[in-house]
Ligand binder design. Structure first.
Ligand code: ZN
Ligand code: ZN
Ligand code: ZN
Length: 375
């Protein structure tokens, strides 16, 4: 039985215990300091919250891990199987030296790795508390675990993918001429929750010329007949794993005559990249598979970002599908394949699916058709 904390189901204790042990092994003698956030959720089943008071999971090279937590926030961790995991809870009250408490667990370590998104105030205070230890980033250590999803994680990504597919299937209910991007975005955000997400993490409705800006969010621009509209949406399901999917819509017949032919190139590029995914090929080769198709058609300068990013407890995580990343893909790696073509001042298009590397190929988490959706 999975335990349930207020924030969602917690993985089995055996899974968490093995993650803690593998993190310690991957750290190879370096002490780990894991602040609240996705790394903490991965290792303990609960992201916690980061504030000015120190909360930190301390994993020494030897000996029991400890969760240093302000006494007033400790009840927030009650739902976790900390005893079963062998994690000692060290509470502190205002006026006590929390950094010293964390540092005590790491005495004798000459290297201490801090999780990537630890607030600077805690990083610098830990440096003062352990002046002889060299600080490094824990990201490269923890990503070795988080990058390879187990069956339950893939199942959560599948659930997230199906939920966001259901939202895309309904976009025609809201995307109409005369409404603003913000109005359409508010309806989509509601649907993201209705269809099974905990929260709508991001909603991009980029209409007409705004579509040429890949991270445009929402604006008061009124959607017009003939607009091409990029809709890029996602959020986490209860397990904490995220969806992220983009489809491109046309409100009636596109105004620009070049849309159909250009979109066909984008479709081919996205499919070529998905088809190239299998174990043993490099992340950068997937980027190249999409980019080569777009460049060969003469649109190379209009594809202005990497082809994809890993996804899991974070929307953007390793592995990045980008030129220069020679990482070889392995079963369980999950990432987006999302080439785009952006025509400044006129329109843009992007197609984005999440895929997972399988033993012998690829499994897409999104199943919606890839055509330009003409409403
Ligand atoms: Zn993005
Ligand atoms: Zn996206
Ligand atoms: Zn994405």
């Amino acid at each position: 039985m999975a335990r349930r904390s207020p924030l969602g189901p917690v993985p089995e204790s055996a899974v968490l215990r093995s993650r803690l042990e593998r993190a310690r092994e991957a750290a190879a003698g370096t002490g780990l300091l894991i602040a609240p956030g996705s790394d903490l959720r991965y290792l303990l089943g609960q992201p916690g919250g980061s504030f000015e008071r120190l909360t930190m999971l301390v994993i020494p090279a030897e000996g029991a891990p400890a969760l240093v937590v302000p006494k007033l926030e400790a009840p927030g961790y009650d739902g976790l199987p900390l005893e079963e995991l062998g994690v000692e809870v060290l509470t502190w009250v205002d006026g006590e030296d929390a950094y010293g408490l964390a540092a005590d667990r790491l005495r004798g370590s000459d290297r201490v790795a801090v999780s990537d998104f630890t607030p600077a105030l805690h990083v610098l205070a830990m440096r003062d508390a352990l002046p002889k230890a060299e600080q490094t980033l824990a990201g490269p250590i923890v990503r070795e675990l988080r990058m390879r999803k187990d069956a339950a994680e893939v199942e959560a990504l599948r659930k997230a993918g199906a939920a966001i597919d259901r939202v895309h299937a309904r976009v025609g209910e809201w995307l109409r001429p005369g409404r603003t991007e913000a109005e359409v975005g508010a309806d989509i955000a509601d649907a993201i929750v209705e269809e099974g997400h905990v929260v709508a993490d991001f909603v991009i409705v980029a209409s007409g010329p705004n579509g040429a800006s890949p991270h445009h969010a929402l604006s008061d621009r009124v959607i017009e007949a003939g607009d091409v509209v990029v809709v890029d949406i996602g959020g986490p399901v209860a397990e904490g794993y995220n969806s992220d999917s983009t489809r491109t819509y046309a409100v009636g017949t596109p105004r620009d005559a070049d849309v159909a032919a250009t979109y066909a190139v984008l479709r081919d590029a996205q499919q070529a990249a998905v088809d190239a995914v299998r174990p043993g090929v490099s992340a950068e080769s997937i980027d190249a598979a999409a980019r080569d198709v777009i460049a060969a058609a003469g649109f190379g300068d209009f594809f202005i970002h990497r082809t994809g990013h890993g996804i899991g407890l974070d929307v953007h995580e390793e592995p990045y599908i980008v030129g220069g990343n020679g990482l070889l893909l392995e079963p369980g790696m999950a990432f987006s394949v999302e080439p785009g073509i952006y025509q400044p001042g006129r329109w843009g298009a992007r197609i984005e699916d999440i895929v997972v590397v399988t033993e012998d190929g690829v499994e897409p988490m999104n199943q919606r058709p890839h055509d330009l959706v003409v409403l």
